[in-house]
Write a protein that binds this ligand. Structure first.
Ligand SMILES: [Zn+2]
Length: 310
């Protein structure tokens, strides 16, 4: 099977109760092929209010502040869309941020209540016509749920004005947390692996595979933020409070180790839309074997330095 990112060969990695997992030999991307009887996650009211209540009740304000500083502060920025805005936490954070006048739009399958200063659009971002472009396009914890990631990345490009910025946050398959979950699986402890690779995450991005995807679709990566989610946002699957406390401590220790080693649970890429998307498409066609090697590798020290505050 071909890697959906770089089109080079991938091999079967593991069987999950809900999916078969494959891993690319080149970019390290893991992806899930759902079992025939499984359906992709439905994003209805229950998803926000029950299934992932902790996530949506505990927004990552440290990350919001960092994104605002990197992508919104520029005086030329006047409009922003949050693709997959959920309950609108990031848009609400930006309302009145440093007295900046911003036209704020959020699109999601979830219908938010009308709110002054924010335009909410209900629908699938790929199928919904917006007929506009934005100075900044943000998508937080969405891309790992999307089956057709190339169409999604094209859509982000189409929504972004030339030289505008796109910010994408997703999981980091290189993280200590994911690595420990895979190691525990080899020892027969399945719970962390089964949760992290559950069917609602179809793509498990490495730092390299995310940068490759975005650069292939006409973006120039400026910064990669390496960070975690607030601990309160993480679902701890333990029926007793003592077990939950022990698990929370373990996750906290893995997060700290990830920050020290630059292998955090989450990653956020800030990139700029390059001049000509067509140039990238043509280059890919000419390459013959798939992805053009467009990624510019930053050294670890540089990236760690950029992320000390998260
Ligand atoms: Zn690949």
């Amino acid at each position: 099977m071909k890697c959906p990112i770089c089109e080079r060969p991938s091999h079967f990695y593991a069987r999950h109760p809900e999916a078969d997992l494959y891993r690319c030999q080149d970019c390290g991307h893991r992806f899930s092929v759902l079992s025939a009887q499984d359906h992709a996650e439905h994003y209805e009211r229950d998803y926000f209010e029950r299934t992932h209540r902790n996530w949506f009740s505990n927004p990552n304000y440290a990350l919001f502040a960092r994104i605002a500083k990197l992508a919104v502060e520029d005086p030329g920025v006047a409009s922003l869309i949050d693709v997959g805005c959920g309950r609108g936490a990031f848009l609400r954070y930006l309302k009145g941020w440093r007295q900046k006048q911003l036209a704020l739009t959020g699109i999601d399958l979830w219908a938010n209540l009308p709110e002054e200063g924010i335009e909410y659009v209900v629908g699938d971002v790929i199928a919904t016509s917006l007929n506009r472009s934005y100075d900044v396009v943000v998508s937080l914890a969405v891309i790992e749920h999307v089956a057709d990631i190339h169409t999604f990345a094209d859509r982000l490009h189409g929504l972004c004005r030339p030289s505008g910025r796109v910010v994408v946050m997703t999981l980091n398959d290189n993280s200590i947390l994911y690595g420990v979950a895979r190691a525990l699986r080899c020892l027969g402890i399945m719970l962390p692996f089964n949760r992290l690779y559950s069917r609602h995450h179809l793509h498990h991005f490495t730092r390299r595979s995310l940068a490759l995807l975005l650069e292939h679709h006409g973006f120039v990566v400026e910064t990669t933020l390496l960070h975690d989610a607030p601990l309160a946002a993480i679902d701890i699957p333990a029926p007793f409070s003592m077990a939950a406390t022990a698990l929370r401590l373990a996750v906290s220790a893995l997060f700290a180790t990830g920050r020290l080693t630059g292998r955090t649970y989450l990653q956020t890429v800030v990139c700029r839309r390059a001049g000509s998307h067509q140039m990238f498409r043509d280059a890919r066609k000419d390459d013959g074997i798939g992805m053009v090697p467009l990624m510019r590798c930053r050294n670890e020290a540089e990236i760690l330095q950029m992320n000390t505050s998260l």
